[in-house]
Design a protein around this ligand. Sequence first.
Ligand SMILES: Nc1ncnc2c1ncn2[C@@H]1O[C@H](COP(=O)(O)OP(=O)(O)OP(=O)(O)O)[C@@H](O)[C@H]1O
Length: 283
Amino acid sequence: MRAAHLKSVDLSAPAAPPPAAQAGPGAHRWYAPGTHITIRGLTKRFEGSTLYDSFDLDIPKGKIVSVFGPNGCGKSTLINMISGIMPYDRGQILFEGKEARDTRIGYVFQNYREAVFPWLRAIDNIRYPLQYLGIPKGERQERLDRLVESFEVQFDLNRYPYQMSGGQQQLVSIMRALVVDPEVLFLDEPFSALDYEMVLFLRGRLQKVLTERQVTTLLVSHDLDEAVLLADEVLLLSKRPTHVAERLDFDAPRPRTADTTVTPEFIRVKTRALEVFQREVRK
Ligand SMILES: Nc1ncnc2c1ncn2[C@@H]1O[C@H](COP(=O)(O)OP(=O)(O)OP(=O)(O)O)[C@@H](O)[C@H]1O
C-alpha cells in the first residue's frame, strides 16, 4: 500500500505539507507548484485602523499580475510589504519558500525623478546595482549590452537625468530594476506621470522584456485598460479591510497593443473587472 502511494507522488513538485500535528521546522515553507509568492495571514494596521487582516494570496511564477482596486485599499502597501520595503504586523510572505532578503527583487516607483540618481549618467544609473553587488566588470558590460538591446534604446545613455525626458528617466529606472535579473519585479504605477506616446512605447518594451525573461511581476495601476492589457491575471481588491474580491485571467497573445483592447476577450475581462470594482466601491 505504502509503496503504491509513494509511486503516485510527483517528486518534481514541492512536497505536500505535513498535517499540522506533524509539522516540523520548515513545514511552513511549503508552496503550491507554480506558485512564486505565498502570502499567509498577512495583517497590517495603520494607527489603529486595519488595512489587511489575515490576508492570504498565492502569486504565480513567471506571470504578470496587475493589482487593481478602490482608492486607498492598500495596493501600494501590499507590494511594499511583499517586496520587503514595509514591515507588517503579522503573517508570512515567502518566495518559493525563501525570505524577501534571499530573493532578487526589482522595484520601479511612480516618481522616477526621486528614483534616478541625478549625479549619475543614465548608463551609470543602470549599472549601479551591478557594482553594488560586486558583479565582475566583463559580466556587467554583457548584462548592460543585453538590456540596451532588448529595450532598443534610441537615446544617448551618456546623458544625465536632467538632460532626459520623463519617459527616458523612467526607462532608465526600469532598466536599473531589471539589470540585476530580478526573480520578482514590482511596479507601482510606473507610467502614470508620463505622456501617452511614452506610455505606449514603454508598455510595449516592458511587456517584451518581461515575457522573454518570464519575470514574476506585480503591477499596481489605476488605469483599468492598462491593468488588463499587461496582465496574465488581474487581482481585484476590495475596500478595507482588504481582501481579494476576484481574480481574472487574461491570456490574449503577446505582444498586446492598442488593437488588443478592441478584442471581445479584452472587453469581456475589462467589463467583469469594472463590475467587481463598482460592486466593491458601493459596499
Ligand atoms: N505610512 C503610513 N502611515 C499611515 N497610514 C498609511 C501609511 N501608508 C498608507 N497608509 C494608509 O493606508 C491606506 C492605503 O494606502 P495605499 O497607498 O497602500 O493605498 P492604494 O490602494 O495604493 O492607494 P491609491 O489608490 O490612493 O494609490 C491609505 O489610505 C492610508 O490611509
